[in-house]
Design a protein around this ligand. Sequence first.
Ligand code: SAM
Length: 243
Amino acid sequence: MARRFIVRDDDITRLNDKNIKIKGTEVKHIQVLRHNINDEIIVNENIYKIIDMTRDTIDLEYIKEALVIGVPKTNITLYIAFLKSDKMDYLVQKAVEIGVKRIVPFFSKNVVVKLDEKSKVKRREKLQKIADEACKQCGRMDTVNIEEFLNFNELKDSLKEDKIFFAYEASKDSLRREINDMKQRNINNIGIIIGAEGGFLESEAEELNKLDNVCCVSLGERILRAETAAINLLSILIYEMEE
Ligand code: SAM
């Protein structure tokens, strides 16, 4: 099978209704791998033939859609409080492998990481790169977006999925019951909220709990690290929805 590259919309120019010109980091990558004119490659979800190359751009002729494999059937968004550097990187990679569709990092009161606006842009680019690499490595034919980082109020306003599992260690509510409810209602658009190393303030948890589409669930008596909690809940939901 042809090798796959992920190119963001900003780096794609339409040459006509089928052919495209690409620029950016994947151009360098394609050149390092010594691809040449007439080679077939996959860009995002389509197979193309290379028809022209310069130092910074590559022109591609559309051949056909690539075979869609590895794309999760359930639409899961992970809302994750911003974790310390390597934990965030690790979690993004693992969440993409397991089958998350979107990742939305947020800053609540107990998040220890502080980023200025410039660092947020850089950090988001790095996480997006990790997500893209993970998609390629695990053979998913779709992409996973790292969305703009939110503050707690923005988080509350953006929780639009049909059902959102809020993992809260103080909850006594059964995950099993909420999973059964999700299955009975044929819900396919879900969210997961996981707190930072320091967890949520009680007042924040109460605010999330008030939202109609949010259910507050326990992951058991043991307190898990945030990245463990995210991977655990994500794996359970994917298993339940895709078996
Ligand atoms: N507040 C806690 C503390 O400092 O003792 C720890 C927070 S925990 C390390 C990070 C996040 O993982 C929590 O905010 C929650 O979303 C999730 N989490 C960890 N263990 C959990 C459990 N047993 N049930 C539900 N959620 C859990």
